[in-house]
Design a binder for this molecule. Structure first.
Ligand code: EPZ
Length: 420
């Protein structure tokens, strides 16, 4: 297993290339199950989660080839319908093959997704939405068994305890495009990744309207054809580098970052005193003066992304004053707090609320990565800590950040990956 060693205290300066979005790649790869024709996806990042999805599609009979960041998906044996426990249990997002299998192959056997350190992640909305489309869904031997022979359009309310669900919307959308008649998804998620999915499906011949809103309309079609599509850039990766610029008092240009997909974060960083400018083909982020503490509440898009919460906390941990972060999407998503406190932060938890008392500085320490975004917050903390920070279990980072240490090194960080 690898670990990262970071020596803190350097200002980051220069240009960083933002990769394609992991959370777009996963549902768009699953959407290739909706046709037997060839699909080409471009700007696909090299990440272990993408490899897992490609393994699942191969299990489901697809022939996949990758050249750099271009993935070609051809049809092989389209009778297969089983997504095995061995793969699905390693990545929750595998669940998003369910809707496509039910709609196209009329049958699905998808392992129930495993637990997750960021908190309970039920799939009740996924199953409710697919049942509302007329799919016959049951659970047997740890597998979700779906039969889609009778799916037809319907009006579906897809709101949960914490608002809309990204992958439940993706699953229902992918089933509805081949369901007879019209579907309306009320309280749908409208994350940029959902808009990108709808864009790809429309290129395949689907009829979809309103995907940038919380009400999506779909008119089912008999068949979809192949398509070529380039993924949107990763707003969560971009947000992480924006916070790296702020926390190291740096000046970074994020090439390919999309300003309009990051408005909630930009609003909070500007409130804290960071200078942020939309520039040709990207975003420039500059530290110009001592920052102010800001309060943040995570919400579904266009609210403040929960996937940036931990990284924002690292910044607030070294910003003079008191700030409050309220986690309204995953109320238990605070596994990074104890590791940040190990580095000298002063963070107290009260249920879904973190109260952060900014400190003058952090000190390097051995810390452990636990999940993707929590690990990113430890990297940010390590970039400003005095001395060396050793982050172990960085396979969590490799799931969602392409080439992290080289991108950081290129803009001036003292970081290296070593064998444990
Ligand atoms: C997507 O997960 C992202 N993953 C997550 O990013 C992200 O944290 C999440 O959306 C929220 O923005 C991918 O896109 C692959 P949800 P998803 O269903 O779709 C509850 C990362 O770091 N809920 O929108 O699984 C759920 O428990 C990952 O890249 C139900 O109650 O998240 C949560 O509290 C981590 N019932 C809330 O809704 C359901 O059936 C939002 O979850 C489904 C969800």
């Amino acid at each position: 297993m690898d670990k990262l060693i970071i020596k803190g205290g350097r200002r980051l300066k220069g240009t960083v290339m933002i990769s394609g979005a992991k959370n777009a790649a996963l549902p768009l790869l699953a959407a290739t199950l909706l046709t037997d024709a060839t699909c080409i996806l471009k700007n696909v990042p090299a990440l272990s989660d993408i490899d897992t999805m490609m393994k699942i599609l191969t299990e489901l009979g697809k022939e996949i080839a990758r050249t750099g960041n271009v993935v070609t998906v051809k049809s092989g044996d389209s009778k297969k319908c089983r997504a095995p426990y061995e793969l699905v249990s390693t990545m929750r997002a595998s669940i998003c093959v369910l809707g496509a299998l039910i709609a196209k192959r009329k049958r699905a056997e998808v392992s129930f997704p495993g637990g997750c350190v960021i908190g309970p992640r039920p799939i009740d909305l996924h199953l409710k939405g697919l049942k509302d489309l007329g799919a016959d869904i049951s659970v047997k031997g740890g597998y979700i068994i779906g039969n889609g022979s009778g799916i037809r359009g319907n009006r579906i309310y897809l709101g949960g305890h914490f608002g809309s669900s990204v992958l439940a919307t993706a699953n229902v959308l992918m089933a509805a495009v081949l369901a007879r008649g019209k579907t309306i998804i009320e309280n749908a998620a409208c994350e940029p990744e959902i808009v990108d999915l709808a864009g790809f499906l429309k290129k395949m011949g689907a009829k979809i309207y309103g995907e940038t809103s919380h009400r999506i309309e779909v008119v089912g079609v008999k068949k979809l054809h192949g398509a070529t599509h380039s993924l949107i850039s990763d707003r969560i990766e971009a947000g992480t580098y924006m916070l790296a610029a702020a926390i190291t008092k740096g000046d970074i240009f994020l090439k390919n970052a999309v300003y309009d997909n990051l408005l909630a974060l930009i609003d909070k960083l500007k409130e804290a005193g960071v200078r942020i400018e939309k520039r040709g083909g990207g975003i420039r982020v500059r530290y110009v003066k001592p920052l102010k503490p800001v309060d943040v509440t995570t919400l579904p898009y266009p609210g403040f992304p929960t996937d940036i919460q931990a990284q924002m906390m690292a910044l607030m941990a070294v910003t003079d004053g008191i700030s409050v972060i309220t986690e309204k999407v995953y109320p238990e998503r605070f596994i990074h707090v104890s590791e940040l406190n190990r580095m000298g932060a002063q963070i107290v938890l009260e249920g879904p609320i973190a109260i952060i008392k900014g400190v003058k500085g952090l000190s390097g320490a051995p810390v452990m990565a636990s999940d993707l975004r929590a690990s990113a917050s430890l990297v940010l903390a390590g970039l400003v800590a005095k001395g060396a920070t050793e982050i172990s279990r960085i396979y969590h980072l490799d799931r969602g950040y392409e080439n992290l240490e080289n991108k950081l090194k290129k803009i001036g960080a003292d970081i290296k990956r070593v064998k444990e």
